[in-house]
Design a binder for this molecule. Structure first.
Ligand SMILES: Cc1cc2nc3c(=O)[nH]c(=O)nc-3n(C[C@H](O)[C@H](O)[C@H](O)COP(=O)(O)OP(=O)(O)OC[C@H]3O[C@@H](n4cnc5c(N)ncnc54)[C@H](O)[C@@H]3O)c2cc1C
Length: 408
């Protein structure tokens, strides 16, 4: 029998699973549908910021994440053409502001796995793999989703549906919500290597390289344990074919330009991503709520996409539980949309676009000014703290908490 109080979640990525955990822990009945046959070994996100660690700590996840990931208090900016370090920031400056004054580099499949392990002890949460949501309809009383399952097509009913089904969200499209923004011309190429950039080059675990021709991000993940792997991210021009970009010759050339090694790099993974800056026109459409990439996508410089999604999950779950368990007004869900959509635009979109611009700036005068400002900011503890409050998404969370419906 369908339970009209069930919360349906489309998408068993980290955001959908985290929603399921937060709602399930409060005793609510939750059903998650994911179209994959099992959890994916997804190599995308790794950087988990202090503000998000606070949110994950509600479910006791941080200790496990620090065990399977890397604790990294410091990040650096470098000027690639001159080879000089421009700025270094230490999250230790946030020790009075946050519980965890560091970033944890934890691959997103590890975070998802840790959440999944906790879900297994909650009998009120079902995670149904190989279940693809194909459509939905809603009325005043319930929402129904159409699902392709190994046993054939099914219809599931619930009180609310959270669309956490990624950037191409079927839920968002079926709910008729626009995804406003643009797509970058260049794709983002990730080349992963065991080459130890810290030992060989003195770069820290999160290093950003400005270059007017071709920027680069270089960061470390723990992978299967020490010594870990290094991911380098580069822009791939529009006029380069996929075959060209992914070829050994081109991959080696890209890496050697930044980090001449005198020998070929071992490259263990290569991935190419089309990158967008988009935000849904609303995060609530009646009984349908959007969270994570289904609600907003951005370039990965600064590592804010999944962080924003996990923060959405905490925000929407807290409000949904109050509506479902305490009988509070469902206007709370409008507040969810207002708070999270506002900060997606004001902070994540603005900051991720600015991060890219800072690394790729071509105008020599503007470039010198931008990098000089960054160095001066890092050298002044109070300015550096303000910079870190923003990059660590603390200011974003504070701003979200300050927004009320009458602000609309
Ligand atoms: C190169 C790169 C690096 C990144 N680095 C960072 C970083 O360091 N920090 C950071 O915060 N973010 C980062 N991101 C962004 C991050 O990967 C995403 O924001 C994150 O994956 C969003 O999680 P999600 O759960 O919302 O969506 P997803 O991870 O996309 O999960 C959606 C799930 O829904 C399922 N699904 C889709 N459609 C359906 C359907 N119709 N029915 C059922 N299931 C469905 C999918 O199979 C998937 O399992 C990076 C992204 C890239 C590309």
């Amino acid at each position: 029998m369908p339970n009209p109080k069930t919360i349906l979640i489309c998408g068993g990525g980290p955001v959908g699973l985290f929603c399921a955990l937060l709602l399930g822990r409060q005793g609510l009945s939750v059903r998650v549908f994911d179209n994959n046959p099992c959890l994916q070994d997804d190599p995308r996100a790794a950087t988990t910021h202090p503000a998000t660690l606070d949110v994950l700590d509600q479910a006791g996840l941080v200790e496990d994440m620090t065990r399977v990931g890397l604790v990294t208090p410091i990040f650096q900016f470098w000027d690639r053409p001159s080879g000089e370090k421009v700025a270094e920031f230490d999250h230790g400056l946030l020790k009075e502001d946050v519980k965890f004054p560091f970033v944890v580099q934890c691959e997103q499949f590890k975070t998802a796995k840790l959440i999944m392990q906790r879900l297994e002890s909650l009998p009120n949460v079902e995670v149904l793999f190989s279940h693809a949501v194909t459509g939905l309809e809603q009325d005043g009383g319930q929402v129904r989703v159409h699902v392709d399952t190994p046993a054939g097509p099914q219809v599931h009913a619930g009180a609310y549906l959270i669309g956490a089904d990624g950037g191409r969200s079927v839920v968002r499209k079926q709910a008729g919500v626009a995804f406003e923004g643009f797509t970058w011309e260049e794709r983002f190429l990730v080349l992963t290597t065991p080459f130890d950039f810290q030992a060989q080059r003195g770069y820290c675990e999160r290093s950003y390289f400005a270059d007017p021709d071709e920027w680069c991000n270089c960061f470390k993940v723990s992978a299967d344990g020490p010594p870990g792997l290094w991911r380098t991210v580069f822009p791939a021009r529009q006029d380069e074919s996929v075959e060209e970009i992914m070829s050994d010759a081109s991959a080696q050339k890209r890496l050697q330009k930044f980090f001449p090694a005198g020998r070929d790099y071992e490259i263990v993974h290569r991935n190419l991503y089309v990158t967008h800056q988009r935000v849904a026109s609303t995060f609530r459409q009646g009984r349908v709520l959007l969270a994570g990439d289904s609600a907003h996508v951005n370039n990965s410089i600064g590592g804010m996409g999944l962080n924003g999604g996990l923060q959405d999950a905490a925000n929407v779950s807290e409000k949904l539980a109050r509506v479902m368990l305490n009988g509070e007004s469902d206007r709370l869900l409008d507040l969810y949309s207002l708070q999270r959509r506002t900060v997606s635009i004001e902070f994540v979109q603005a900051q991720s676009i600015a991060n890219k611009k800072r690394l790729e700036e071509k105008d020599p005068v503007e470039r010198m000014k931008t990098l000089g400002d960054l160095g001066r900011t890092a050298a002044d503890p109070e300015k550096a703290r303000q910079f870190l409050l923003r990059s660590a998404m603390v200011s974003l969370q504070r701003r979200a908490a300050s927004i009320q419906l009458e602000d609309a």
